[in-house]
Design a protein. Structure first.
Length: 540
RNA sequence: GGCGGGGUAGCUCAGCUGGUUAGAGCGGCGGAAUCAUAAUCCGUAGGUCCCCAGUUCAAGUCUGGGUCUCGCUACCA
């Protein structure tokens, strides 16, 4: 394995989301995964900078705004706020939320442009294509069809005509070999490997120069040397990662130290932009390249792609409302291997909630803590001599950090969680075989078993924090752990649970999910025809 | 067409550089236990590891062929 550099800084980004409409589950998935990674690194002692935001320029925004009778900026304001709300609902702890309509971003984009231009990589030429006046957009030839009337039309039916306009081009072709050399020298630059293969194959096939400005659009960042042109959307959008650090802006910025980023988390649909265009832009501008681009897969609703026409589009806010923030986070992170596609359904979520959370971690905590409460008046017992079973159990949980760390070196989120939950199973077996409830035990032996179990729960809770910040916080409260005792430094044999401390009255941390209606359908956003049964246990 | 992934127990999937009776979770079935949120533990379910042919003392794990499936094959954010 080839982990990342273990510096003390960790700059991680989500893609900036296109607020042309309301957020959907895919946005939520990316945000949750990125947040879990960021939290993990932060707990592991890194100086983390977690960035997210919205990408607000481009033709689509303009068209939607026009249709709604508002300005593009008004549309952006409205929808960008929804993405902020989503982050809040999911409990992400990002450090900055960037909007591409902010002045700092204009400044950075224009500076990047100037540098690429100064390096001789930008030139003016004509861009030709089939243009639809109505759509204000170009279409590839194979997207268009010639009707019986002899008129060529784009997919939505408006006529197109061959149009050529001035456009600035970026000499992408110049970077083919440099990119290939970079991929070769940094085998983990693009993960997972399947995505890397696709990119290498694409680049090997030859690169054409890229049209990076539009003269027919006014909703974007103006080209410095020619304000009649606006930067093409990817030139604008990708730059956000650099903007947020301030390295292309005038003045001091304590975040300048964060570039280059350790990892860009993206969906697999935008790999090329991040793994080809973006590094080429950066090379041209003389900036360092991010260490890694990690492309995750998609989550499908019961294995089917979400689509408005099928009517299985799920609102992430509804999901959080129905199952709770932590459960949704945990499910998304555990269910699918990060990088592969996965699927979700009401049944699958409920199974995870009940099996892994309520019956797993929740039950383990409850069965041990309630016995400490009853048998030791809530005071953590001092362990007596340890048996082989005790030391084995402790060794198992002590080994967890190393496993989690090496998994997360490659953003293998599921591997990390699998390891933690595997230890929960071990702890249940330990508990069942040592039987602290057995009447024949001395009080000391009983206390030892409960001590060991509570210590295991403590470490499990610390390790599970990045996935479920709320529930684990409660769990650590139940173990009377101070804030300073919750980082990964507190893992392992050197930071055992302190005997003699008094614990609060234990209470359940992971509620069982009980269907209000046995016949509850999948978590689909229903077309309004069926009256919806409230699924949230506590909603009216 | 080219390139790249996949096809393993009812379901979802692990199986690294080839090596004893092929694993986990969920579900099903049968026991045990009673600390715990009707939670937990144990046993079991007897799977042609897609098919064919090879290499090898030995292949799910390598080679060739076939088949099914998915992704990429440039300006859509």
């Amino acid at each position: 394995m080839t982990g990342q550099k273990h510096t003390d800084q960790f700059y991680i980004t989500t893609p900036i989301f296109y607020p042309n409409g309301a957020p959907h589950i895919g946005h939520g998935y990316t945000a949750i995964a990125t947040d879990a990674i960021a939290r993990f690194e932060r707990l592991d002692g890194k100086d983390v900078f977690h960035l997210t935001g919205t990408d607000e320029h481009g033709l689509k925004m303009k068209q939607t705004a026009l249709k709604d009778g508002i300005t593009p900026l008004q549309l952006a304001d409205k929808n960008s706020a929804q993405f902020r709300d989503l982050m809040a609902a999911l409990g992400t702890a990002h450090d900055d939320f960037i909007r591409t309509t902010e002045p700092r971003h204009y400044e950075a984009c224009q500076e990047l442009w100037r540098r690429m231009e100064a390096n001789g990589d930008i030139y003016l030429n004509t861009y030709g294509g089939w243009y639809s006046v109505r759509q204000e957009a170009y279409f590839a030839e194979d997207e268009t069809t010639v009707g019986e009337d002899g008129v060529r039309r784009e997919p939505l039916g408006s006529p197109v005509e061959w149009t050529e306009e001035e456009s600035y081009f970026f000499r992408l072709s110049k970077y083919q070999d440099k990119l290939l050399a970079h991929y070769a020298a940094h085998p983990d630059f693009i993960l997972p490997p399947e995505r890397r293969n696709e990119v290498v194959s694409f680049v090997t096939g030859g690169l054409q120069d890229l049209s990076i400005s539009r003269g027919t659009l006014d909703w974007g960042v103006p080209v410095p040397s020619n304000p009649k042109h606006v930067m093409y959307v990817w030139t604008d959008a990708l730059t956000n990662y650099v903007t947020a650090t301030g390295i292309l802006n005038a003045g001091e910025n304590p975040r300048k130290k964060y570039w280059p980023a350790q990892v860009h988390i993206i969906g697999k649909d935008i790999v090329r932009f991040h793994a080809v265009y973006w590094p080429a832009f950066l090379m041209s501008a003389g900036l360092a390249l991010p260490e890694r681009v990690f492309a995750h897969g998609f989550l499908f609703n019961r294995g089917e792609k979400m689509s408005k026409s099928v009517g299985n589009v799920v609102d992430p806010f509804d999901l959080v409302k129905a199952y709770g923030r932590d459960a949704v986070r945990y499910f998304f992170l555990r269910e699918a291997s990060f990088g592969n596609d996965g699927s979700y359904s009401h049944d699958a979520i409920v199974t995870r909630m009940n099996s892994d959370l309520a019956n797993g971690l929740g039950n383990l905590a409850q069965r041990s803590l309630s016995m400490i409460a009853r048998n030791f008046e809530g005071v953590v017992p001092a362990p007596g001599p340890l048996t082989d079973a005790d030391t084995t159990m402790l060794a198992t949980v002590d080994a967890l950090y190393a496993k989690a760390r090496s998994a997360m070196d490659n953003q293998a989120i599921k591997v990390w969680l699998d390891a933690v939950w595997s230890a929960i199973g071990d702890a249940d077996r330990y508990f069942a075989s040592e039987k602290p409830f057995d009447k024949s035990h001395t009080l000391e032996r009983k206390g030892t078993i409960l001590y060991v179990t509570a210590e295991v729960v403590r470490q499990l809770a610390i390790l599970a924090q990045p996935a479920m910040p709320d529930a684990t916080a409660k769990l650590l409260d139940l173990l009377a752990q101070g804030q300073d005792a919750r980082t990964f430094k507190a893992l392992g044999p050197t930071h055992r649970l302190t005997p003699g401390i008094t614990l609060p009255t234990p209470s359940g941390v992971f509620p069982r999910f009980v269907d209000p209606d046995a016949a509850t359908p999948e978590p689909q956003a229903k077309p309004a025809k069926q009256p919806k049964q409230p699924k949230a246990p506590k909603s009216a």
